[in-house]
Design a protein around this ligand. Structure first.
Ligand SMILES: NC(=O)c1ccc[n+]([C@@H]2O[C@H](COP(=O)([O-])OP(=O)(O)OC[C@H]3O[C@@H](n4cnc5c(N)ncnc54)[C@H](OP(=O)(O)O)[C@@H]3O)[C@@H](O)[C@H]2O)c1
Length: 361
C-alpha cells in the first residue's frame, strides 16, 4: 500500500492524453446546440424541474464535461432541503460528483484533451445533474477508458473521504480492528472496502437490516450486524478479546456516536466522518480521558481548500486502486434525469446501499 500512496503515479501533468471516443464524432453537432438538459431546483421545497439550460462560455482554466453519470449523495439531499452547512441559493443544479468526457477546454487547460474520460468533484459550483457541466481543471482527474462512467461517478467522494480517515488520520493497517457505522451506506461501504481489501484490517460493520449486513460481509467485513448495542458490545468483545476496536469510523452521529466511544479501545481513534442521523452529538470531553481516545474529524471539501496537494493525491490514489481492481464501488440503483425525484427519495428512505447514480447520457 505504501507504494501506492507514495507513488504520486498519475501526477496530473503526466496523465496520458486519451483519444476521443466515437461518441465525440458528433461533437461538432453537440457543440452547435446552445442548450442542454438539467434538473434545476427553482425553490426550496419544490421538486427539481427538468429544463433546457443555456450553455455558458468557458473561462481559461475551465473544462466543459459531457456528463454521463453523476453520484446522488446524502449531501445533495441536504443542499436541496437548505440544510447543508454551506448554503446554495436557488435556482441551482445539484450534483457534485460526475464522470464524463471532455467536450471543450479553456485556453489554459493543459492536462487533458477533448475526449479524455474524467472524474470531477464540483462542490463549489455544483451542476452535475445535467447533460453537461463546467468544471475547473483542478477539480478534474483523468481516468482510464476501461473504468465505467457509473463507477467513475460512484468512486471518488466516499472513497477519498474514507482513505483520508482510515489511512492518513487513523493509520489503519493489517493489525487493526475497525468498526464502521452506516456500513452499507455510500461512505460506510467505501470504508469497509478500503479497510478490508487494501489494508487487510478486521472490520465489524453495523447497519440497519440483515440484507444490508449480508452485503457488508460480501465486501469483506469479518462481521456485520444490525444496530443493537448489546449485540454489538458482544461482537466487539469477541473480536478484540475485550479490548475494543482500534478505530471506529462513524458516519451517523447522534446517539450512535456516543456508543462508538464505548466500542473503541484504549488509545483508539474515533473518526467523525458524517451525520446521517442529522443529529450532531454533544459530549463532555472528559469522556475521552479514561481511554485516551483520539477524536478525528474530517471533511473532504475542507481538504480541498486546506491541503490541496493531499486532496489531489488522495483522489489519484483512489482512482489508481480502482484501476488496479483493489476497490470497487457498489451501486444499488440507477435513475435517469426524469427520475431525479425518485433517486433522491430512494436515498432519503434508506433503501440504497453503496451508491445511487443518475445516468445523464
Ligand atoms: N466527511 C466527508 O467529507 C463526507 C463525505 C461523504 C459523506 N459524508 C457524510 O456522511 C454521512 C453518510 O453519507 P453516505 O454517503 O454514506 O449516505 P448514504 O449513502 O445515504 O448512507 C447513509 C446511511 O446511514 C444510515 N443511517 C443511520 N441512521 C440514519 C438516519 N437517521 N437517517 C438516514 N440514514 C441513517 C442508513 O443506513 P442503515 O439503514 O443501514 O442504517 C443510510 O443508508 C452523511 O452525513 C454525509 O453527508 C461526509
Amino acid at each position: 500500500m505504501q507504494r501506492l500512496l507514495n507513488l504520486g503515479a498519475k501526477a496530473i501533468s503526466l496523465a496520458p492524453l486519451q483519444q476521443p471516443s466515437t461518441w465525440l464524432c458528433g461533437r461538432a453537432n453537440i457543440r452547435k446546440a446552445s442548450t442542454y438538459k438539467a434538473a434545476v431546483l427553482r425553490e426550496f421545497g419544490q421538486d427539481l424541474q427538468i429544463e433546457d439550460i443555456k450553455r455558458k462560455k468557458l473561462q481559461g482554466n475551465q473544462v466543459r464535461v459531457g456528463v454521463h453519470s453523476c453520484g446522488v449523495n446524502a449531501s445533495d439531499v441536504l443542499m436541496i432541503e437548505n440544510k447543508y452547512d454551506k448554503k446554495f441559493n436557488p435556482p441551482f443544479v445539484p450534483g457534485f460528483e460526475v464522470c464524463g468526457e471532455v467536450l471543450e477546454m479553456g485556453k489554459e487547460v493543459t492536462t487533458m484533451a477533448v475526449g479524455s474520460k474524467v472524474i470531477g468533484i464540483i462542490k463549489e459550483g455544483l451542476g452535475g445533474y445535467a447533460e453537461e457541466c463546467i468544471v475547473s481543471e483542478q477539480d478534474l482527474w483523468t481516468v482510464d477508458h476501461a473504468v465505467s462512467f457509473d463507477s467513475g461517478a460512484a468512486l471518488v467522494d466516499t472513497y477519498a473521504t474514507a482513505l483520508i480517515g482510515l489511512n492518513r488520520r487513523a493509520a489503519v493497517n493489517e493489525e487493526s480492528t475497525v468498526l464502521v457505522t452506516a456500513a452499507a451506506g455510500g461512505l460506510g461501504l467505501a470504508a469497509v472496502d478500503l479497510a478490508t481489501s487494501v489494508y487487510k484490517a478486521k472490520v465489524i460493520g453495523v447497519c440497519g437490516t440483515e440484507d444490508k449486513a449480508g452485503l457488508v460481509r460480501q465486501k469483506g467485513a469479518w462481521a456485520a450486524l444490525k444496530y443493537n448495542k448489546k449485540h454489538i458490545d458482544a461482537k466487539v468483545n469477541e473480536v478484540t478479546d475485550g479490548k475494543g476496536v482500534n478505530v471506529v469510523f462513524d458516519a451517523i452521529g447522534g446517539d450512535t456516536f456516543v456508543d462508538c466511544l464505548s466500542w473503541v479501545c484504549h488509545e483508539g481513534t474515533v473518526v467523525v466522518a458524517g451525520f446521517a442521523s442529522r443529529v450532531i452529538p454533544h459530549i463532555e470531553t472528559s469522556i475521552l480521558l479514561p481511554k485516551a481516545v483520539s477524536l478525528v474529524g474530517l471533511s473532504l471539501s475542507h481538504y480541498q481548500q486546506a491541503n490541496n496537494a493531499v486532496y489531489r493525491q488522495v483522489v489519484e490514489d483512489v482512482i489508481d486502486m480502482h484501476e488496479m481492481s483493489l476497490i470497487n464501488p457498489h451501486i444499488s440503483a440507477r435513475f435517469n434525469i426524469e427520475q431525479t425525484a425518485e433517486a433522491l427519495d430512494f436515498l432519503r428512505q434508506r433503501k440504497s446501499t453503496g451508491k445511487v447514480i443518475l445516468e445523464l447520457r
